[in-house]
Design a protein around this ligand. Structure first.
Ligand code: RIB
Length: 316
């Protein structure tokens, strides 16, 4: 790779994930025994950067960690796969964000998030991110989530727009999405819960996802990729609608699958893959991401992805 190669910029959360498996959520006052404790690096931006590096492109992580031990721990994995973590700032006196994750038997998860350093941004920090976007090589792609303040997201998106760089937004958490941001987004990637939060549509079928995608387009986004509960996605553009089925895999844990989708889609945009191919690439990556316990640990490299795509038929 050379200094001129395009970069996947990942702006958003960097968390330490503490994950357990449980059969149900505890009732009020109840202590519920759980199993399979996992302590691992996570966070939506860190996960996107990680999967992008695994898939073989340059990735740069933009975000904050605390000046505690977790701050170093959460960057070790991304650094080891080649993610550029030089722009991640350690915030003095802040704790690194902590995600407490409970995974149920069917692989679905619930997350409690202590945002800590993810929310600690001053004006100079926002300017530093804008400078990175302004200096990124031609053809780079900005990916953002909403687990950092909207002010930094908006500033980075504006800088990317001014450069003509593509912007992918994973709208999580959906209640933070401001109305004026839609028109600045090339590709939006909500899951069913986020879709309900954004446009009030319950995504129970591919038709629901397409309908929701059309409403997102009406708000100004260029392309809507609405994820389905089965791991597939509906691609909605001004020119048409397509539904992509997931690979036929055994679901172990859905944590981080959406980040794998967003990161892989960002890679495909950076590689200028045709849009439907790009969504198939992203769906296949997130299909593999659910086959192991934890987020980053389950992300495939390019060879694993291509072998799986060659050998496994999409479901349905
Ligand atoms: O999307 C999964 C991620 O969400 C986890 O890694 C956790 O950190 C939360 O931000």
């Amino acid at each position: 790779m050379t200094a001129d190669d395009p970069v996947l910029l990942a702006l958003g959360s960097i968390n330490l994930d503490l994950q357990v498996r449980a059969d149900r959520w505890p009732g009020p006052g109840e202590t519920l025994p759980v199993r399979d404790l996992l302590r691992a690096a996570g966070g939506k931006a860190a996960n996107r950067a990680y999967v992008a590096a695994r898939l073989g492109v340059k990735a740069c992580l933009l975000g904050h960690v605390g000046d505690d031990d977790f701050g170093e721990e959460v960057l070790r994995g991304p650094r080891a796969v080649g993610v550029d973590v030089s722009q991640v700032k350690r915030i003095a006196g802040q704790a690194t964000a902590l995600a407490m994750i409970v995974v149920r038997g069917d692989g679905d998860k619930t997350i409690l998030l202590a945002a800590n350093a993810n929310e600690a941004w001053g004006e100079a920090d926002v300017e530093a991110v804008v400078k990175v976007v302004e200096a990124a090589p031609e053809g780079s792609v900005l990916t953002v989530d909403l687990e950092v303040p909207i002010a930094v997201v908006r500033a980075a998106v504006c800088a990317a727009q001014a450069r003509g760089l593509k912007v992918l937004l994973d709208p999580s958490p959906a209640d933070r999405m401001p109305d004026d941001l839609y028109a600045m987004i090339d590709v939006i990637t909500p899951n069913p819960e986020e879709t309900r939060g954004l446009v009030g549509v319950e995504v129970e079928s591919a038709e629901d996802a397409v309908r929701a995608g059309e409403q997102l387009l009406a708000r100004g986004v260029g392309v809507a990729c609405v994820k389905l509960g089965d791991g597939g996605a509906a691609l909605v553009t001004a020119g048409g609608r397509e539904v992509v089925s997931p690979l036929d895999v055994e679901v172990v844990d859905k944590t981080g699958a959406g980040d794998a989708f967003a990161g892989a889609l960002g890679v495909a945009l950076l590689e200028r893959q045709e849009l439907l191919q790009a969504v198939k690439f992203a769906v296949a990556t997130s299909s593999l991401a659910v086959t192991a316990y934890g987020s980053q640990a389950a992300y495939p490299d390019r060879g694993q992805l291509e072998r799986a795509r060659g050998g496994r038929e999409p479901r349905g």
